[in-house]
Design a protein around this ligand. Structure first.
Ligand SMILES: [Ca+2]
Length: 120
């Protein structure tokens, strides 16, 4: 079992290293941003936001990200990778801890539309 995990990890590292070179960002310093959790730039788009519920949206949006770009640069980032901001499913999913909303951006309902909760 350990050997399989090790081989998988080596393959994964190797592929990611090759991909980074192939796409030209091997030397970049990437700052990963989960848009909903980063910065709430405007409350106009806040829907399904509940600061007391970690499973709900927290209001972060593209406006907040844009306002904080200088901070990312000051940290040394040369590239920003954001979670998807495409239109998400509209209803939360039942979870053992409550209603789970698609704040992570990976429950798409339309790949051609921006989710208004992430701003414009
Ligand atoms: Ca917001």
């Amino acid at each position: 079992m350990f050997a399989r995990v090790f081989i998988f990890a080596v393959l994964l590292f190797g592929l990611s290293s090759i991909s980074a070179r192939a796409f030209g960002f091997a030397d970049e310093i990437i700052y990963f941003v989960m848009v909903d959790r980063f910065a709430d730039g405007t409350t106009i788009n806040n829907r399904d936001v509940d600061p007391n519920n970690p499973l709900a949206f927290q209001g972060g949006d593209l406006v907040g990200l844009r306002e904080q770009l200088d901070e990312s640069v000051d940290l040394g980032a040369t590239m920003i990778w954001i979670t998807p901001v495409i239109l998400q499913i509209d209803e939360p999913i039942d979870h053992s801890n409550g209603q789970f909303y698609p704040h992570h951006g990976y429950w798409a309902s339309d790949l051609n539309a921006i989710d208004p909760r992430f701003g414009t």
